[in-house]
Design a protein around this ligand. Sequence first.
Ligand code: ZN
Length: 89
Amino acid sequence: MSWWVVLTAVLMGLAIAWVGMIALRAASGPGPRENPEVEDVEELEVFLVCRECGTEFRVTRLGELQIPRHCGELMQVVRRPAAGDLTPG
Ligand SMILES: [Zn+2]
């Protein structure tokens, strides 16, 4: 086996890996992109509160909001300032 056979094999392997990566990238779309219709409410601290039993769910992403039920009642959407914004005193 001469050196160029080895070189060709290595180059072929690299080319296959490169093509595979491009195919993977194409399959997964043009990179991570935020959905513009999804409201990021992580800094607002939105909670879904059950008025019956007091259970609270924290909402971090507000998309097409469908209020879930708890204890047979629709939960209440409560917006509170983020805990980080609270300044004691
Ligand atoms: Zn409940």
